[in-house]
Ligand binder design. Structure first.
Ligand code: ADP
Ligand code: MG
Length: 726
């Protein structure tokens, strides 16, 4: 959720009060500080203790210390390189022999020299070094911070905060802007006193001010590790806002109505009986959970998570048939056309056997086909239609939509999920909306699911269908590419099929690229590198064609039209193509059981979740499967850990936990997933006790003090609350 405090009372309401001129305002805005309250919540990373001055004689080499000293002399030297060298004497020295210190500035302005006329008193802070580099005078500091002072210039009585800063935005400017903001803002208390006492938390206003300007006797360690009660309070408030909005969303959902879709219909029964396999216990359990929800008159919002290959599609089909049994429509949405088409084929095969017409709607259909699919959905057979489409098509109105299923939901943005809900709502009677089932192969640890997916129930398939063979994963250096090609030749000769994955040809806005880069950089590099990456895929195809003469090689990448992509995939599925060179467009959901070998080039560039998804394309048939991760040294420490994790485990949940550990929740969920919305202060893993405290308080506050609930949410959510309904 977007977490930034809202004004409860500002003395100077206009945001401009924090800025000195537009240039400063723009620089502040670039790091997300748009108004006084943003500034107030821009909290220090650490502190510098400038409240004390020491004597040089008492300081050891290597210490960072603050001293006061008088300039003796200065000179610009040219050897070994141009530098400003200032000789000073410790003003507090008892013995003049201990007093001398050299300051060296390798970068300096001409105007700076005037600070160093002999006799000037300076307050200097820096790291003390034993003299070296020809400094026969002994100790020195390189590039110390300094200020010209008077005899009576007072020392600060607070620790000096060091803030996360930005381009062209130094600490001094930040401190001034934040100091001003603190003066212009008062944070009214939003949490009832008894709860603060119960959890031993200080008032919010006091907590914020202490964090910005702590007195010197506060433990810096407690502040920087964020364990100090003032920090606990900030984190508590943030978590409380989440919990309150959860409770609100839940209550709101109870007020909305959905068509009850009772289970026990004939289609579900016939479908399950005609399946070529028995449902796993896990599939039965989650199906029962879903069936239960669907029968209720309130919209279900359930996340079905299960590892790659755990069999979510069948569960989705059963849910869809429950809707159809009850006389409603169901729609299944997939994020890519490849996946949409594949679902369509599978479902058509399963469901048309039951005489249920299935409509297929996607961007790549010809106009006429599209129109007829749309007509089927909007009118006649619509009662029993099941549409599958890649994107939210404009202008489709469902006659009687009972259930919307969203596959690989993490690939859709929060905004898109919302749009779907509103669109879907228009399709049922005005006051009703359809049930929603979201599916994801990236298991989301429970605490994250609870906090980020607001009001989402979670069902988990924790078991693979029987007969799955383990996939052998090998890490191989890029220099041994020829050996790998030999393996490919061997697999092809045995009549098996092979994927060869090249790194990232991407749509600009996905979450995965590693290492994390700033959004601006990412945009720039994607547009310029996309061509390069595509070229890379083409080159790879050509090189493999030379190395493996006589092999039918296909190429699929993000620049192909939906129809062309589908053509290639169909040919692969029919075994007309033996070797498929692909970019990550095949990451999601593709199911070709005869493919048993996957080679991933530059595996070190992929995220863990992505590698796991990719690898899940093999190991689907009876043959022994292998995944070869080709890597290019040197590897970064996290890349090393990612690859090692891939080699060691095939368990999607273990991989997700590792991924979360390596990337933290922000990167793990990505922007599209969380709607920009991450916890800024609290950490769900280390602050579990506060999560519990916040939950308990949220329940009581919702019950006893709705006015405080509103004020608290107003402050922390700032109108971002709509996202929580997704
Ligand atoms: P995912 O959860 O990754 O979407 P799928 O639904 O695509 O997985 O299922 C993967 C494969 O497993 C499909 O070929 C599907 O038909 C098969 N499958 C699903 N459930 C079972 C089961 N209970 N027993 C055997 N095979 C199953
Ligand atoms: Mg799937």
């Amino acid at each position: 959720m977007p977490v930034a405090p809202a004004a409860t009372r500002t003395k100077k309401p206009e945001a401009a009060s924090v800025s000195r001129g537009d240039a400063l305002a723009a620089r502040l805005a670039r790091i997300g500080l748009h108004d006084a309250f943003d500034c107030v919540l821009h909290l220090p990373l650490r502190y510098e203790d400038e409240t004390r001055v020491v004597s040089l004689a008492d300081a050891r080499d290597g210490d960072t210390v603050q001293i006061e000293a008088v300039v003796r002399d200065h000179a610009i030297q040219y050897r070994p390189r141009r530098q400003l060298v200032v000789q000073v004497d410790d003003a507090g020295a008892r013995d003049p022999r201990d007093a001398g210190l050299t300051l060296r500035f390798l970068h300096f302005y001409g105007s700076q020299v005037r600070h160093f006329s002999p006799g000037t008193l300076l307050r200097i802070r820096g790291e003390l070094r034993g003299g070296g580099f020809g400094s026969v005078f002994g100790r020195e500091m390189i590039h110390p911070h300094y200020g010209v002072i008077e005899r009576d210039t007072p020392l600060p009585d607070r620790l000096t905060p060091v803030y996360p800063s930005g381009v062209g935005l130094g600490q001094a400017a930040l401190r001034r802007a934040i100091g001003k903001a603190l003066q212009s803002v008062t944070l009214d208390e939003t949490v009832p006193e008894p709860w603060l006492r119960r959890h031993r938390l200080p008032p919010i206003d006091e907590a914020i001010r202490l964090i910005h300007n702590p007195p010197p006797d506060v433990s810096q360690e407690a502040l920087t590790s964020r364990s100090h009660p003032a920090w606990q309070r900030i984190k508590f408030d943030e978590l409380l806002a989440q919990q309150l909005s959860l409770a609100k969303a839940h209550a709101r959902r109870r007020l909305r109505t959905a068509p009850p879709l009772p289970g026990g219909g004939v289609l579900v029964d016939r479908f399950v009986r005609q399946l070529p396999f028995a449902l796993t216990r896990a599939q039965q359990r989650v199906s029962a959970e879903i069936a239960d929800d669907l029968a209720r008159p309130h919209p279900m919002q359930r996340l079905l998570q299960g590892d790659v290959g755990s069999g979510k599609t069948v569960v989705a089909a059963i849910a869809a048939l429950q809707a159809i049994d009850a006389g409603y429509q169901a729609v299944l949405m997939a994020p890519t056309e490849i996946l949409a088409e594949q679902h369509f084929r599978k479902l058509a095969e399963w469901i048309e056997a039951l005489d249920v017409p299935v409509a297929w709607l996607t961007g790549s259909l010809r106009k006429k086909q599209k129109a007829s699919a749309r007509d089927a959905i909007e009118a006649g057979d619509a009662r029993r239609a099941l549409g599958t489409h890649a994107l939210l098509p404009e202008g489709v109105h469902f006659a009687r939509l009972g259930l919307a299923i969203i596959d690989e939901q993490h690939r859709f943005g929060v905004g898109q999920r919302l749009a779907l809900r509103f669109k879907a709502r228009a399709g049922v009677a005005a006051d009703r909306e359809p049930h929603q089932l979201m599916m994801s192969a990236t298991p989301i640890p429970r605490t994250l699911a609870m906090t980020y997916f607001a009001d989402l129930e979670v069902s988990t398939i924790d078991q693979q269908p029987p007969g799955r063979r383990p996939i052998v994963t090998k890490l191989i250096e890029a220099t041994r590419r020829d050996d790998v090609i030999e393996r490919v030749r061997h697999a092809l000769a045995e009549g098996r099929q092979v994927y060869w994955v090249c790194p990232l040809v991407e749509d600009a806005d996905r979450d995965e690229p590693e290492p994390p880069r700033s959004p601006a950089k990412r945009r720039a590099s994607v547009s310029s590198s996309e061509k390069l990456q595509l070229q890379n895929a083409i080159d790879t195809r050509d090189a493999l064609a030379v190395a493996l003469p006589g092999t039918r090689i296909g190429l699929v990448h993000g620049r192909l039209s939906g129809a062309d992509k589908a053509d290639v995939m169909r040919a692969f599925d029919r075994r007309e193509i033996g070797l498929l060179v692909a970019t990550t467009v095949i990451e999601v959901g593709v199911d070709v059981p005869n493919a048993s070998l996957m080679v991933i080039e530059h595996a070190e560039r992929f995220g863990l979740a992505q590698l796991h998804q990719l690898r899940g394309r093999v190991g689907r048939g009876p043959a022994d499967s292998a995944c070869i991760l080709l890597f290019q040294p040197p590897l970064s420490p996290t890349a090393k850990q990612r690859l090692r994790t891939m080699r060691e485990t095939q368990d999607g949940f273990a991989i997700a936990r590792k991924d979360l550990e390596l990337r933290g929740p922000g990167e793990f969920l990505g922007h599209r997933q969380s709607g920009e919305a991450l916890l800024r202060f609290a950490d769900l893993q280390s602050d579990q006790a506060l999560v519990d405290a916040a939950r308990e308080t949220a329940v009581a506050m919702s019950r006893d003090d709705p006015a405080s609930v509103d004020r608290h949410l107003q402050r922390w959510l700032r109108g971002g609350d709509e996202l929580l309904k997704a």
